[in-house]
Design a binder for this molecule. Structure first.
Ligand code: ADP
Length: 332
């Protein structure tokens, strides 16, 4: 549906987007995930038409839209701060975009009722947005961006200003609402948990480009590059020599470059494994975060607590499944 072809954009000589390529399919929720400053919001602003790229094109269903004015693109945008109008009630906030488009009153009434129902705010029409909770405000903002039936919905860190427990609760709701409305959406976040929960596919961005793209499971299971692995919090990166020192057989050991021991392939085992010493043990309730070492090699892993206690200095058997040892490339 939407394609970004080799987008470049800089500010005052500093490049922000460096050849961004992306294709968004009809009906999918695509998440742009990446560290702060990598260019996610800039990409959204270019798609929305708030800014123009230095070079490169944006197409919708094959048509170049670079010169299409913002309001003719038919895209909806929802920001982190919601940008609600504090002096308007819930109904008028949700109706805002429709009024801008000169939609007849009866149609506005029908459409606003429909979207307020969808975001579970039916009955809130007359309430002032100032007296709503953070989660409710967020749903009003979502209703407002859904009301004009955008052909593409863009959400920029929509849960960014809410506390962690509310974010976890709302992320599932947002996905359900977007799916119920059968929308195509681009969701921007720097939070990998949020990205995994909301997206059909996610594009991991680094330095103005897509570094890795795929389903959340594919990206998690096979990060492929050093940056992606680090961004996902995977830190067991070893050379072939170090793996050999641990007795792990790798394919093509002569090849330089680092290998990742994926978190899915490392665990504490009862008896068989590599004897390693615990150098750090952090109890997190359900699980322990452990650092273990042997010779000069340090590994980290997570182990179910299940009534056990792990102590620093203790020797444990670490089992590594070589099927989860992956070569990583320096960059995409
Ligand atoms: P992200 O959304 O991934 O955090 P942004 O796209 O907001 O990143 O910003 C990328 C970089 O571009 C940042 O370093 C930011 O300071 C810079 N930037 C964004 N907008 C402007 C602007 N209007 N003028 C100058 N620099 C900007």
């Amino acid at each position: 549906m939407l394609a970004l072809n080799d987008l470049y954009k800089g500010y005052g000589g500093t490049p922000v987007l460096r050849g961004l390529k992306l294709a968004v399919e009809d009906g999918e929720i695509l998440c742009l995930l990446g560290p702060s400053g990598c260019g996610k919001s800039t990409a959204l602003r270019l798609i929305a038409g708030l800014e123009t790229p230095d070079t490169g094109t944006i197409t919708v269903d094959g048509q170049v839209i670079i010169n299409t004015p913002i309001h003719e693109r038919g895209f909806g945008l929802m920001f982190q701060d919601f940008a609600l109008f504090p002096h308007l009630n819930v109904f008028d906030n949700a109706a805002f975009g429709l009024r801008m488009h000169g939609i007849p009153k009866a149609e506005i009434q029908r459409r606003v009722s429909e979207v307020l129902e969808l975001v579970r705010l039916a009955g809130f029409e007359k309430r002032s947005v100032g007296e709503l909770s953070g989660g409710e405000k967020q749903r009003v903002a979502l209703a407002r961006s859904l009301a004009p039936e955008p052909r593409l919905l863009m959400l920029d860190e929509p849960l960014g200003s809410l506390d962690a427990s509310l974010r976890t609760q709302l992320i599932g709701e947002i996905r359900e609402i977007i799916k119920t409305a059968a929308l195509t959406a681009i969701y921007v976040t720097h939070d990998r948990g949020e990205a995994f929960s909301v997206s059909d596919r996610l594009g991991l961005m680094n330095n103005g480009k897509i570094e890795r793209i795929g389903t959340p499971n594919a990206v998690y299971d096979h990060p492929k590059t050093v940056f992606s692995a680090a961004f996902l919090g995977f830190n067991n990166l070893l050379s072939a020599q170090e793996l050999a020192a641990l007795g792990i057989v790798v394919e093509a050991p002569e090849e330089k470059g680092v290998r990742l021991i994926h978190p899915s392939g490392i665990q504490i085992s009862g008896d068989q494994g590599i004897a390693m010493q615990i150098t750090e043990a952090i109890f997190e309730g359900e699980r322990y975060r452990l650092q273990v070492s042997k010779a000069d090699i340090q590994l980290s892993l997570s182990a179910p607590a299940a009534g056990q206690r792990f102590e620093i200095g203790e020797t444990v058997q670490v089992e590594i499944d070589s099927r989860w040892v992956q070569a990583l490339s320096e960059s995409a």
